[in-house]
Design a protein around this ligand. Structure first.
Ligand SMILES: *[C@@H]1O[C@H](CO)[C@@H](O)[C@H](O)[C@H]1NC(C)=O
Ligand SMILES: *[C@@H]1O[C@H](CO)[C@@H](O)[C@H](O)[C@H]1NC(C)=O
Ligand SMILES: *[C@@H]1O[C@H](CO)[C@@H](O)[C@H](O)[C@H]1NC(C)=O
Ligand SMILES: *[C@@H]1O[C@H](CO)[C@@H](O)[C@H](O)[C@H]1NC(C)=O
Ligand SMILES: *[C@@H]1O[C@H](CO)[C@@H](O)[C@H](O)[C@H]1NC(C)=O
Length: 715
């Protein structure tokens, strides 16, 4: 896989040991010299790994302006050689000193200084350069390179190791400009046979992580060796970020994450919690939006520390935002909505939200969340802030799927690629805080980061990339690390696909696409207790009574029917059924008429069948029903139903509204047992045999309107 990165280099210093030369190691000292003008995330990572192994590191040029050109994209780097030359002048005569010069932004130590010294001495050269497979920057030098039997042929200036006097001899030749190319300079020395000082160490194109008990090593599969220094640049930087999640001691199987609690913010120590601007993005019709807002409101964070920016791109959602705004406009510190009439592109809207935080020095954090993220963890915001990263997202996944809000790796063209650890992270088999190349949907950014590294104002619009890809690419190129944490369960991503908004209450139809959210919204809170606590009643023999739908489900179903409006009128002639004649007609609307039959049958299978199995043990229902309908009883139209049998093996009858508040009277009487149930409960269902034993009648509704949902199951 790693080979895909092709020519640009991923190199390892000295990972093969050929000759074993016994030397007195204790006489030699190692000094690491690195040029870094800024404390980037990569630099911090480098220093952490150096500290872990007790390297002696000298940083050159910190705080200086970088004049070495844009080395990521073109030539440059001369400034590094100049600084090195200066530093070497005073070290030149220390014969026992071994100098290792490396880039620090994209390098991790995977082993200690003793190991490096040992390998260097075994190699038995004065100076060794790292190698790569590509001649850069001057292709014309290619022919001048000596051929190699194995490993990579060309020089890479990202890592050099050598005895101080010899190193000095090389860098002292520098007399060029800061933006001239360092690699070209070294290459010219190297290809000159008179000056050549070394052979090129093999470089690594295939690596595996090797998990030890204390630390993780990278194993070079091509050379079967354990490199001490791991360096990535160009495209391989992303791969280095992946390795950095493990090497040298970031994560392993035994101890899990070792750095997850380092540098954390202790919120209990703060006088007050930081100010957070929440940017909410509703870019397409999204199911369960009222529930999304509700979760936001129930997040454990003081409202007066929260400011809201909402971009809504959908006319359909204006009513939801309106009611959320009316109820909460004064509870947040500020509340701004940009609606569809502004015709903002998604990228522009995301820029705008981010800018609101960037331009306000009191904005400590920017929390961007899309409406398809259901945060079930009320502590999410606090947990993310505590983690103290410039950019960090909580892992959210599509229920039961491997789909999530991050990528573990990038393909060559910058799109999704699956990393070796992706599935383990999604499934929380490896738990930690992970440096990753792409995230979307929900993340927290420090306000200071927006005002420094990300001070550029237009991160979401780049070429034809979608806004999230544009943003992540910009962040990657700025060398800012993005993290995803899966240390806790945070929530899930809902699906916005196939969301048909042409019904009245569209979420009712989401039983297939978003079953977890559907269940949470529409299935009674105590439904599961039927199975765990036998939470049900038997008011008449073989008539079972149990909670199944929420009030919301009942209300929306009634609304949907009234919105449709064509009640049958309770006539015997009925074109909707086969035969066209109903002996005991009700005033009703069939589920099929509102396009809800498929969904309702699924509801029967998922939520009614298990109850059947429990109460009529040994009977396995097919969970099939032809007659599924909502009945309306009113004194003015049809108030009661005469005694009858149902054409079903068993019948379910769910009360959809409240006795005494919505109607008076009502209920059901079973003749054989002289047993009546006169106080139906909203959301509760009866389940009783349809034929033979259970002749029943609908008792008169004396006032108001009563609604019930009925299915004749297994006709
Ligand atoms: C909205 O913007 C797009 C391009 O950004 C443009 O093509 C379209 O005509 C605009 N619509 C309205 C109603 O202004
Ligand atoms: C959306 O629902 C309406 C009303 O039931 C229906 O006519 C239409 O075909 C549905 N659209 C899709 C794409 O399923
Ligand atoms: C569920 O049951 C508990 C007690 O068993 C009760 O307090 C609660 O109100 C019930 N929930 C609903 C929605 O009826
Ligand atoms: C039916 O029950 C009612 C009271 O619950 C009682 O008054 C009546 O006599 C009973 N009828 C029969 C036929 O048992
Ligand atoms: C019927 O219900 C309405 C309100 O729903 C109430 O005003 C009225 O008094 C009720 N009538 C009787 C006879 O209970």
């Amino acid at each position: 896989q790693f080979n895909d990165y092709g020519t640009n280099c991923f190199l390892l210093l000295m990972c093969c040991c050929v000759h074993l030369t016994v030397e007195l190691l204790n006489k030699k000292k190692l000094l690491v010299l690195t040029v870094a003008t800024e404390e980037t995330d990569g630099f911090d990572r480098f220093m952490q790994s150096a500290k872990y192994f007790n390297y002696n590191v000298k940083v050159l040029g910190m705080g200086d302006a970088w004049k070495g050109g844009d080395v990521g994209r073109s030539i440059g780097g001369g400034q590094k050689v100049r600084l090195l030359k200066q530093a070497m002048e005073e070290l030149a005569d220390q014969e026992d000193l071994v100098i290792l010069t490396v880039d620090s932004y994209d390098l991790i130590f995977a082993g200690g200084p003793e190991e490096i010294l040992k390998k260097f001495q075994q190699a038995n050269h004065k100076v060794i350069f790292a190698a790569e497979g590509l001649v850069w920057p001057d292709k014309r030098l290619a022919d001048k390179y000596p051929s190699v039997r194995s490993g990579k042929r060309y020089l890479n200036s990202g890592g050099i190791i050598g005895y101080a006097p010899y190193m000095n001899r090389i860098v002292s030749q520098w007399d060029l400009h800061d933006n001239d190319d360092d690699q070209l300079f070294y290459s010219k020395i190297y290809v000159d046979p008179l000056q050549r000082v070394t052979f090129l160490g093999p470089i690594l194109y295939e690596v595996l992580l090797k998990f030890g008990t204390d630390r993780v090593r990278v194993r070079n599969t091509a050379y079967d060796s354990l490199p001490v220094v791991v360096h990535g640049n160009g495209n391989t930087k992303m791969y280095l970020n992946y390795l950095g999640n493990y090497v040298p001691n970031a994560w392993n199987y035994e101890h899990g994450c070792s750095h997850c609690d380092e540098d954390n913010v202790d919120l209990s120590e703060l006088r007050e919690l930081p100010n957070v601007l929440i940017g909410i993005f509703i870019e397409q019709p999204t199911p369960f939006l009222p529930e999304f807002f509700h979760r936001l409101l129930t997040m454990d964070y003081p409202r007066d520390k929260l400011r809201l920016f909402i971009h809504n791109n959908e006319v359909y959602h204006e009513k939801h935002i309106q009611s959320f705004w009316e109820a909460n406009r004064n509870t947040f510190s500020s509340f701004k909505v940009v609606g569809p009439e502004e015709n903002l592109s998604q990228g522009e809207a995301r820029n705008m939200g981010m800018d609101l935080c960037r331009q306000d020095a009191t904005c400590d954090y920017y929390f961007s969340i899309d409406a398809d993220v259901m945060l079930t963890n009320r502590q999410t915001l606090k947990l993310l802030i505590e983690q103290n990263r410039k950019i960090i997202g909580p892992l959210v996944t599509r229920h039961g799927k491997l789909w999530s809000n991050f990528w573990g790796a990038l393909s060559l063209d910058g799109y999704y690629a699956r990393s070796e650890d992706y599935v383990d992270i999604v499934q929380r088999k490896r738990v930690g805080v992970w440096n990753i190349p792409f995230m979307a949907h929900v993340y927290l950014i420090q306000g200071a980061t927006l005002r420094n590294e990300l001070k550029e104002r237009n991160h979401f619009v780049l070429e034809k990339l979608d806004p999230d890809m544009a943003f992540c690419r910009n962040v990657r190129e700025l060398g800012v690390f993005m993290y995803i944490t899966n240390r806790h369960e945070f929530g899930r991503l809902i699906s916005t696909a196939n969301y048909n908004i042409s019904h009245y209450n569209n979420d009712l139809w989401q039983i297939f696409e978003n079953p977890v959210d559907w269940k949470e919204k529409y299935i009674h809170q105590n439904y599961t207790q039927i199975f765990t606590h036998n939470y049900m009643e038997e008011p008449c023999p073989d008539v079972f009574w149990f909670p199944v739908l929420t009030e919301k489900a009942c209300d929306e179903l009634v609304e949907e029917m009234e919105h449709y409006g064509s009640w049958s009128g309770g006539k015997h002639e009925d074109k909707r059924i086969s035969g066209g004649y109903e002996t005991v007609p009700t005033d009703d609307i069939h589920m099929k008429q509102i396009g809800y039959e498929k969904e309702w049958l699924h509801f029967l299978r998922e939520f009614i069948s298990p109850v059947t199995l429990k109460v009529f043990s040994g009977y396995y229902t097919k969970g099939y029903a032809v007659m599924n309908f909502v009945v309306k009883y009113t004194p003015e139209r049809q108030a009661y139903l005469r005694p009858h049998h149902d054409s079903s093996t068993f019948t379910i009858n769910i009360a959809l509204n409240h006795k005494n508040t919505d109607f008076q009277g009502g209920g059901c009487r079973f003749h054989r047992y002289n047993c009546s149930i006169e106080s139906p409960r909203k959301g509760w269902s009866f389940m009783h045999p349809g034929r033979l034993t259970h002749l029943h009648e609908g008792l008169p509704t004396t006032n108001g309107t009563r609604y019930i949902a009925v299915s004749f199951v297994d006709p």
